[in-house]
Design a protein around this ligand. Sequence first.
Ligand SMILES: Nc1ncnc2c1ncn2[C@@H]1O[C@H](COP(=O)(O)OP(=O)(O)OP(=O)(O)O)[C@@H](O)[C@H]1O
Length: 355
Amino acid sequence: MSIEVREIVRRFGATAALEGVSLHVARGEFVALLGPSGSGKTTLLRILAGLEGSDVGSVRIEGEDMTGVPARERRIGVVFQHYALFRHMTVLDNVAFGLRVRKRRPSAAEIARRVRELLALVQIPELERRYPEQISGGQRQRVALARALAIEPRLLLLDEPFGALDALVRKDVRRWVRGLHDRLGISTILVTHDQEEAMEMADRVAVMERGRIVQCDTAEALLREPATPFVAGFLGEATRLDCHVRGGVAHFDPLPLPPLRVTLPDGPAQAFLRPGDIAVHAGPGPCTVRALRDAAEERARLVVEFGGVLLDATMAGGQPVQRGASCRMALRGGILFGADGRRADAEPVVRVLAG
Ligand SMILES: Nc1ncnc2c1ncn2[C@@H]1O[C@H](COP(=O)(O)OP(=O)(O)OP(=O)(O)O)[C@@H](O)[C@H]1O
């Protein structure tokens, strides 16, 4: 089902949690809300779920205004980070809960059939008699999802649902949840502050900053065409550097980095250099390798220090380097924002190595 959020404002005393948020989610779409702590993600989710009201603005689900519609009548499944499973209830009773408290409650036999179907769907049919403390974190996550799905939601809201899982399990559960979303054809909104998670799972990512959605787009578009310096800095592990544009060339002095050609007016600017924009060459030079990442990859990632600044970079060529080794560095490009907020892609002036 489609969701239309219009100009939502929500204040808590002097704090404006949401300052005019609009968002459209198409039927069957998976959208992530991504932003730093306190940017308003959870507040927006709670307003969608009907757990919180808004001061201004409206939420429409499939065209129907949700104002005054209580949470349990919205047919929205919600999963929070702390799954809040009922500890004194078995897995089966936890999943059945939403069905048992329904206004039009199905028969006991129907509830049992539905719960077994759901546990099979989330691939834990053998756990129905266990209690939450007798199952693993990943399994609890699946129970929480089965419970959210039991009410046959039109919309699934996931609030940092993978935070309590260790990295390996998290990856698996993430893929599996996306697969489930695709199979069931429901709309899903995921709240996260993990950009990798948002980009891997969602069709579109809404980047939030201080109570606003500053950009909502595909992961690729957010990386290629960030709307603001905040988005450029928040996604893609870019290094932010101040620079100065003179005659269509950005200079980084006093940092001894090669200049970049860019179509921006003269004046101060901010450069966002992604790891792929900075190519490191092994051999004597002015930079020092401080850390190695993904060393087994063909284009190994590394952190280099240059003039007291740490830069996320990429190894050029296949030569191995070691922590502490000296190296040289070239710029392949970057994204720059002028003082007026205008964005421009930068290119190397000449393809020479720094130093
Ligand atoms: N019930 C409340 N009373 C007062 N202030 C609140 C309340 N709920 C949220 N806020 C404030 O509103 C702002 C947005 O909070 P929200 O929880 O929506 O952010 P978030 O992006 O989900 O953060 P996090 O990633 O840390 O969960 C914060 O400044 C928060 O302190």
